[in-house]
Design a protein around this ligand. Structure first.
Ligand SMILES: Cc1cc2nc3c(=O)[nH]c(=O)nc-3n(C[C@H](O)[C@H](O)[C@H](O)COP(=O)(O)O)c2cc1C
Length: 366
């Protein structure tokens, strides 16, 4: 087939996101890999991330803690200490050496934690003092509700982490406002039961998120800031009674800060890793948001191409497929078959198995 006959693959078309010239629309979604003992990223992440880098591709690093109270899962990295910043540098350098654009997802888990992860065995902090729903009662320690006068400290942790991420070489940061973690614990009315200026009305529930956005924007510049939101998600009982209104309020408020991108989880991903039929859509938020709009959640090649073609998204983030297919953009371009992901090794801590041993297309054809 000649080049002229070659069908256009919408996912493999260039896109200018702020100052970044992306050569395709296939984004590596943030993926916790639980392979960073003592919250320090390891040299094996150099191979993992550079395997997934193609020139002009956007990669979002796994959720990375903003402080010692931000952690809630085994072996997740942080970016609040000098040691962590130094450890990220060679990983970021490797992605840059292959022409990738690399953002760091900065997070605080809030109440999705237990005292074993917390300094001095203290209770995790949250918007509330209600523990998350769990089938295993020992999984979460009931959280301590943050006082309003403590919130600026947490906002400052996000600000300093964003600065550290830039110092480590990242091109920008993605604020993790999704999936029931600390920011979402303020956003969602099923969790947030506060009666102060951080609870109640939509404006009040969004205050903490927007304070974080403002602080991070002031620290590193709006052209380096994205945010991830999941207004429709409601596993572990963290839903909202009016997700459309919440999503719309947030994107309209975000417009005032001129941030680079908004990354939203599709309503069909009500549960992690499981698709549902739904009449809800992100389209109103896509239309209302002025910056780059990234969608994620259950996408394959066909519906990803359609989302770009129909202008429902600028970029599409892929989690599980990218985890299992280091050369995913190339496979989409060629319409090649995909490796299957192995759920059993998503969160194991081996430095190779289920991490850097998924084959490339050439290796399979060799
Ligand atoms: C192993 C694994 C780890 C994940 N870690 C994160 C994370 O650190 N931050 C985040 O925002 N989402 C995380 N997610 C959600 C993914 O980014 C993505 O939204 C989800 O997998 C749905 O997209 P997919 O259908 O393309 O996999 C994770 C998902 C998986 C499977």
């Amino acid at each position: 087939m000649s080049a002229a006959q070659k069908a256009i693959v919408p996912l493999i078309t260039p896109y200018k996101m702020g100052k970044f010239n992306l050569s395709h629309r296939v984004v590596l979604a943030p993926l916790t890999r639980s392979r960073s003992p003592n919250a320090v990223p390891q040299p094996h992440a150099i191979k993992y991330y550079s395997q997934r880098t193609a020139p002009g591709g956007l990669l979002i690093a796994e959720a990375t803690g903003v402080s010692d109270t931000a952690q809630g899962y085994p072996q997740t990295p942080g970016v609040w200490t000098k040691e962590q910043v130094e450890a990220w540098k060679p990983i970021v350098d490797a992605v840059h050496a292959k022409g990738g654009v690399f953002f760091c997802q900065i997070w605080h888990v809030g109440r999705v934690s237990n005292s074993g992860y917390q300094p001095n065995g203290q209770a995790p902090v949250s918007s509330t003092d209600k523990a998350p729903y769990s089938q295993h009662t020992d999984e979460f320690t009931p959280p301590r509700r943050l006082r309003a006068d403590e919130i600026p400290q947490i906002v400052n942790d996000f600000r300093l982490s964003a600065r550290n991420a830039i110092e480590a070489g990242f091109d920008g940061v993605e604020i993790h406002g999704a999936h029931g973690y600390l920011i979402d614990q303020f956003l969602k009315d099923n969790i947030n039961d506060r009666t102060d200026q951080y609870g109640g009305s939509l404006e009040n529930r969004c205050r903490f998120a927007l304070e974080v956005v403002e602080a991070v924007v002031n620290e590193v510049g709006a052209d380096k800031v994205g945010i991830r939101l999941s207004p429709f998600a409601d596993y572990m009982e963290f839903g909202d009674s009016n997700p459309e209104a919440l999503g719309l309020y947030m994107v309209q408020a975000l417009n005032k800060y001129n941030i680079l991108y908004c990354h939203m989880i599709e309503p069909r991903m009500k549960l992690i890793g499981q698709k549902f039929e739904t009449l809800h859509s992100l389209l109103p938020m896509r239309k209302a948001f002025n910056g780059t709009f990234i969608v994620a959640g259950g996408y394959g090649r066909e519906d990803g191409n359609k989302a770009v073609e129909e202008n429902r998204a600028d970029l599409v983030a892929y989690g599980r497929h990218f985890l299992a297919n280091p050369d995913l953009p190339k496979r989409f371009e060629l319409n090649a078959p995909l490796n299957k992901y192995n759920r059993a090794t998503f969160y194991t801590n081996d430095s190779v198995i289920g991490y850097t041993d998924y084959p490339f297309l050439e290796e399979m054809n060799a």
